[in-house]
Design a protein around this ligand. Structure first.
Ligand code: 6GP
Length: 824
């Protein structure tokens, strides 16, 4: 087939052709949605050429490959990204213009692929972008949820309301290729029997139970400045029986389709919890369905390469994105021993050379445990295998150290009632390498979370790979004016794939002309966000105010509560100032965004408080517009692309030791936004890279947190006096009246009776001081501009290209494929 041509006439012809032939539309009756879709199909055709070439190149070279197993991929929109990667955005803009449409309008028609909750899922998407850009033979595997993360509405009372996100609506999804021919069976329930094989050996066999089918959908992931195109293979569950004729003939119409519905329900919805486990049976089934289908596919591909099992670890690396895919460990062991007939030790040697595990949190409520009776019921053979893995592991530990306490502590089975399988321990025992996602976090992984395992295995097994973000989406695409200025200043766009080049901006940090251009772009981005806020929320904000942003999942540990308490403090202070004093105040717009897990009561109350405060502050004319509070509903990847470039300050204020890394911190700084943050997660490394004079840091250090909690337990919480004033103003009904005030009682109690676990009171004064410093610094525009430029200049390290390379070199042991040469 002749390759697609990228001149305007060909592109227009392709779009019209898709409108008529794919979408069945009359060319004289096209709306934006139809033209978006036709455009998307035409871009997909172009991607497909690269996709095929890449897969062929990998197939020919047959290198070691890496598979990134993740229950979540928070991809966002695809069209704009693909246009940039294929370097056809300008010609497409012209082409759709000729057809009577504006490309930017068309881009807004696309629904986000929101198959993830937050940081973990977005990180997976950034790594797939980098792997494609760097030509690594890496595929992602995930689930094709029909409903992504819920849509968040804020009702008139300020509460979060959840609506289903049926992103695969009747319009179809141009960004996936259904693979009707790639299907596997996945088994659940049943029992374990002993069977004698042809060689007369007796083997365990998993029998009976239910079966569903997994069908593949491939999502192409374009690389930048390469012909390479990566892939995420998502599994959808299908019924093996399409229709039960017996029931149909008996008149039982519901039952005749029930099987199909039940099977398809399995991958219907993403669990909406971030950093929190909800131990539902359906979730466990999703996890097993996912790893079973993925491993069958990986093994199928491996077998085509005619290698022996002993070579499996030289051909295959599997990265477990947190514990969610950990069942892959007992599943591969089961396949090798029960089906392929390897002996236990040989199989276990292979397993432990294939898997590596990334931990993304030390929060106890997020650590996955599954009850043994539930596992026994759904996966009877896997439960036996987990017991055996544990037994052999504990025997080895005992040889080294027979301390009973130690054996209990490292056991994969927790002796609770009922017993639980500790998935993180299973992941550690079954992997060759375990990594944390920022320096401090990886340290805590070694010294706290897995400390007993470190003393058994030695420290080398536990490494750090600091997270990274893709500069393609998060600067090149989201901030076109800054992109152009950087490209012009550095003399080309080499920096997009070599982010360390940004260092070259350092020498312009003091240049007044450059500063003016730089700050003008920031202002333009703030105007863009202000217009969005006006159009969508009918709130007027002045783009010359300081934009102070905190957007991320709502979680107690992230302390949005502290932020809004600080806003109340600011508001009360403003009320006290004279007209003269007000002249000296830096006007602020405080912007929040983020979803709470539907069942997370305290987080939902924080959302309610923010909205209640916003209502009062925004309608109080007496403060001369010096403070505005905005809650942006339904925060998602596409909104982030508008919000991130518009920040002056963003807040990353988790209690020290709780945020594993954070990745939005990197996005903001990359776009010249300063950070107000705690000494936590990747904030620390960002400080080291950009210089401590360019970041506002405050708060209790991680190694002091436990002491303070201990003190509070015995002596109670001493509430900071400024905080006391703020709490009283809430309790007195200043926000929403006395009835609303009582609604906030339980939230306020988390600071007092609950023991202020997240140290809001302990950090409050330092937080306010840091905020004062921000206000002061912002008054000196040149000093601020310099800091902003140095922020961007220092961010080279945080490219997902660097992070992905580290995974490839230190864990996966894979090399890039030469796509052009191998394809000829
Ligand atoms: C998140 C961490 O909370 C965040 O700090 C980190 O940047 C991100 O992972 C990527 O590494 N963790 C999760 O989203 C999660 O659910 C189980 O962890």
């Amino acid at each position: 087939m002749a390759p697609k041509k990228n001149d305007k006439a060909s592109i227009k012809k392709d779009i019209v052709q898709h409108s008529v032939e794919t979408l069945c539309r009359n060319p004289y009756n096209l709306d934006k949605l139809a033209v978006y879709q036709a455009t998307a199909y035409s871009v997909r055709d172009r991607l497909l050429e690269d996709w095929n070439m890449t897969q062929e190149a990998i197939h020919k070279e047959n290198p070691k490959r890496c598979y990134y197993l993740s229950m979540e991929f928070l991809i966002g929109r695809a069209l704009d990204n693909a246009l940039h990667c294929l370097e056809v955005k300008d010609v497409y803009k012209e082409s759709v213009k000729d057809l009577g449409f504006n490309l930017e309008d068309l881009l807004q028609q696309e629904r986000d692929a929101a198959l993830g909750n937050g940081g973990l899922g977005r990180l997976a998407a950034c790594y797939m972008d980098a792997a494609a850009t760097l030509d690594y033979p890496t595929w992602g595997y995930g689930l094709r949820y029909q409903y992504g993360i819920f849509k968040q509405l804020i009702n008139s009372d300020g509460y979060q309301i959840e609506m289903p996100d049926y992103w695969l609506d009747s319009n179809g999804n141009p960004w996936e290729f259904p693979r009707n021919d790639v299907r596997y069976e996945v088994q659940f329930y049943g029992y374990v029997a002993t069977k004698v094989n042809e060689k007369g050996e007796s083997r365990m066999s998993w029998e009976g139970g239910d079966r569903v089918q997994a069908m593949a959908y491939d999502v192409p992931i374009p690389g930048f400045d390469t012909k390479g195109c990566g892939n995420i293979r998502l599994w959808a569950s299908k019924s093996l029986k399409t229709f039960d004729f017996a029931s149909f003939n008996d008149g039982d119409y519901d039952r005749s389709v029930a099987d199909q519905k039940n099977a398809e329900n399995l991958t219907s919805v993403l669990y909406p919890n971030d950093n929190h486990l909800v131990g539902k049976e359906l979730r466990l089934k999703q996890e097993y369905f996912f790893v079973s289908a993925s491993l069958q596919d990986i093994i199928h591909r491996f077998k085509r390469s005619n290698c022996a099992w002993k070579d499996f670890p030289d051909k295959v690396a599997v990265q477990l994105n947190d514990t969610h895919p950990t069942l892959a460990i007992p599943e591969l062991q089961r396949i090798l021993v029960d089906i392929e007939g390897l002996d236990w030790d040989a199989a276990w040697d292979i397993v432990t050379r294939v898997f590596a595990f990334t931990n993304h949190t030390v929060l106890p409520e997020a650590l996955e445990c599954w009850s043994v009776p539930m596992m026994e019921h759904i996966l009877p053979r896997h439960m036996q295998i987990v017991y055996d893995i544990n037994l052999f592991f504990l025997q080895k530990v005992e040889k080294m150290n027979s301390d009973r306490g130690l054996l209990n502590r490292v056991s994969i089975i927790e002796e609770s009632n009922p017993q639980q399988v500790r998935m993180a321990y299973l992941a550690v025992v079954g992997s060759h390498t375990v990594n944390g996602v920022a320096a401090l976090h990886s340290d805590l992984v070694k010294t706290e979370l897995f400390k007993d395992f470190v003393s058994y295995y030695g420290p080398e097994k536990f490494i750090n790979i600091t997270n990274g973000i893709t500069p393609r989406r998060w600067l090149y695409q989201a901030n076109p004016d800054l992109r152009d200025l950087i490209t012009e200043t550095l003399g080309g766009n080499h920096w997009v794939t070599h982010l360390d080049d940004l260092k070259g901006l350092t020498k312009y940090a003091d240049d007044a002309d450059f500063q003016a251009k730089w700050m003008n772009i920031k202002l333009k981005n703030k105007v863009r966000l202000a217009s969005w806020i006006k159009a969508n929320l009918d709130i007027t904000v002045d783009p010359r105010s300081l934009f102070d942003i905190q957007v991320k999942r709502i979680h107690e540990y992230k302390r949005q509560f502290m932020n809004i308490l600080g806003v109340i403090y600011r508001y009360k202070n403003l009320q006290l100032l004279s007209a003269e004093e007000r002249k000296d105040v830096t006007p602020r717009v405080v912007i929040f965004g983020g979803k709470s897990a539907p069942g997370y009561y305290v987080a939902k109350m924080v959302i309610k408080l923010i909205n209640t405060v916003a209502q009062v502050v925004n309608n109080d004319d007496s403060i001369d517009g010096l403070l505005k509070v905005v809650y942006i509903p339904d925060y998602n990847v596409s909104l982030a692309e508008i919000i991130v470039p518009a920040s002056d300050i963003s807040q990353h204020i988790s209690t020290a030791g709780t945020e594993a890394a954070g990745t939005s911190n990197m996005k903001f700084v990359l776009n010249g936004g300063l950070i107000l943050g705690t000494v936590d997660g990747a904030n620390i490394e960002i400080r080291d890279e950009i210089g401590e004079e360019n970041i506002f840091m405050f708060g209790t250090l991680a190694d002091k947190v436990a002491d303070i909690r201990h003190q509070q337990k015995y002596h109670g919480v001493e509430i900071d006096p400024n905080l006391q004033v703020v709490l009283q103003s809430i309790q007195s009904g200043e926000f929403g009246g006395p009835e609303t005030a009582s609604v906030f009682g339980p939230l306020i109690n988390t600071l007092t009776y609950g023991g202020d676990y997240y140290l809001i009171s302990a950090d409050f004064e330092k937080y306010l001081d840091a905020q004062d410093k921000v206000d002061e610094t912002y008054k000196d525009t040149a000093a601020w501009a310099k800091k902003s430029i140095l922020c961007t200049a220092g961010m080279g390290f945080f490219s997902s290209d660097r992070a992905t390379r580290e995974y490839a070199d230190k864990i996966w042991n894979i090399k890039p494929v030469n796509i052009k040469e191998a394809a000829v």
